[in-house]
Design a binder for this molecule. Structure first.
Ligand code: UD1
Ligand code: CA
Length: 454
């Protein structure tokens, strides 16, 4: 393939979204729409991507900083005018310029590659990607000559009755020979129903100049879907979700019910892992092999090893090593590290803590800002008291410590290796190794209390 440069149009307002957020920053599959388009272009081999911004430009440029180059279109005078803004950046480029829209997040690297290959094979100056739609309303129509070659593209608002009957539409994705694009754009006029400079007019201009103009048709209409409304956003979400689930299943992940499993684009899952219904796996989460996740889990930016079981769990920005058991009704909060074979049981919250190999927190615990050793047993209802209202303090628990039920460890405090804490204790002083600490009032039994009470 010759040199590929991508231009992505993202200056429009997106009025029909009824949003203060620029349209291309609305998320699908957990990422702004525009991010998907930039990623597809890059994956297809584009050595440069230039995004044309306008409405909400600052916000868009901030969100995509470092991922693409930008050029501003200060007034939105049409798609042709938008591409023209890249002239100063791209003049002199060789090879192919692919033009994409920031609001078509379902476009794939595959589709881009196929279009470029067909463009090159045809030896055309411009190739438009078309799709056949049952309902072509709103799209530009592809008008072909008697010999099948493309004559022009006519916008819905400019079309005659006859032209409106055409159901082959302009997907808004094109390849241009870099050396022909800008000359053609300079010849585009705004003489049409919308008073805009239309990019598709370049095809007619090139053809009339005797150049070859080509159309490639895709049967993957989903991939060309443009998002103009929240309804279409939800449809795109569904398509992306199906694609991601299929991809994972093809790689050996079992998804019990893909319709109720929500896995974002960048998530990675190892083979023979089972994902159960009503589970959300988001952000940069990586899950190992042979895990059993769900039902009802939400995992965000998690790093999870092999053979992990989790149900009814919300875990985010934390690390879970091999063989850990989570759930049910568990909250694992940021900067926690659960080491191998840890068991986190019912109604337990862990925050900013290390839990050592094989330690158990089976029921009703809050563990915050704690460094816990190996094989610790935290009895039911044990709590680290990490906050005095102003400052957070750390708790240290040594290997093999046994913390009796319903104890409070008031930080900063340390329980050393092999130490025991009696049930119901409120520990405010360090407990040395191998000691038993009991910090509760002694029990008093009052003889014949019932009789005396009368
Ligand atoms: C465009 C095509 C139409 C095609 C359809 C496919 C034109 C004139 N029409 O129509 O043939 O069937 O896409 O979805 O190109 N934009 C700018 N600056 C502008 C105007 C638009 O950056 O001045 C951007 C928009 O943000 C959007 C893209 O260009 O990402 C397409 O613009 P839009 O107004 O949505 O064009 P359509 O009417 O959908
Ligand atoms: Ca559009």
């Amino acid at each position: 393939m010759s040199d590929l440069t991508a231009v992505i149009l993202a200056a429009g307002k997106g009025t029909r979204m009824k949003s203060t957020l620029p349209k291309v920053l609305h998320k699908v599959g957990g990422k702004p729409m525009l991010m998907h388009v930039v990623a597809a272009a890059t994956k297809a081999g584009a050595k440069r991507t230039v995004t044309v911004t306008g409405f909400g430009g600052e916000e868009v440029e901030k969100a995509l900083a470092g991922k693409t180059e930008f050029v501003r279109q200060h007034e939105q005078l049409g798609t042709g005018h938008a591409v023209l803004q890249t002239e100063s950046l791209l003049k002199g480029e060789k090879g192919t310029v692919i033009v994409l829209c920031g609001d078509t997040p379902l476009v794939t690297a595959d589709l881009i590659k196929k279009l470029c290959a067909e463009h090159e094979k045809a030896g055309a100056k411009a190739t438009v990607l078309t799709a056949i739609l049952p309902d072509p309303a709103g799209y530009g129509r592809i008008v072909r000559n008697a010999d099948g070659t493309v004559a022009k593209i006519v916008e819905h608002k400019d079309a005659t009755e006859e032209e409106l009957k055409i159901n082959e539409v302009n997907s808004g994705i094109y390849c241009f020979a870099a050396d022909a694009l800008f000359d053609a754009l300079h010849k585009v006029t705004a003489d049409n129903a919308q008073g805009e400079y239309y990019l598709p007019d370049t095809l007619k201009i090139l053809r009339e100049a005797g150049e070859k103009v080509w159309a490639a048709t895709t049967d993957d209409a989903d991939a060309t879907m443009g998002i103009n409304s929240r309804r279409q956003l939800a449809e795109a979400e569904k398509v992306l979700r199906r694609r991601k689930n299929n991809e994972l299943m093809d790689e050996g992940v079992t998804i019990i019910d893909p319709d109720t499993t929500f896995i974002e684009a960048d998530v990675k899952i190892g083979k023979d892992t089972i994902i159960r219904p009503f589970t959300y796996i988001e952000g940069t989460t990586v899950i190992g092999e042979n895990c059993d996740i769900g039902p009802n889990c939400r995992l965000q930016n998690m790093k999870i090893g092999n053979n992990v079981t989790g149900q009814f769990t919300y875990a985010h920005d934390a690390v879970v090593d091999d063989g850990v058991v989570l759930g049910q009704f568990v909250h694992i909060r940021p900067d926690s590290h659960l080491m191998e074979k840890v068991k986190i049981g019912n109604f337990v919250e862990v925050k900013n803590s290390v839990v050592g190999v094989g330690s158990k927190l089976p029921h009703l615990s809050y563990i915050g800002d704690t460094d816990m050793g190996q094989n610790v047993n935290m009895g039911c209802g044990t709590i680290t008291v990490n906050y005095d209202g102003k400052t957070k303090f750390r708790t240290k628990i040594g290997d093999n410590a046994f913390i009796g039920c319903n104890s409070n460890l008031v930080a900063p405090v340390a329980v050393a290796d092999n130490a025991y804490v009696g049930a119901g204790s409120t520990i405010t002083k360090d407990v040395p190794a191998d000691n038993l600490a009991v910090a509760r009032a002694r029990q008093v039994n009052i003889d014949h209390w019932k009789d005396k009470r009368k």
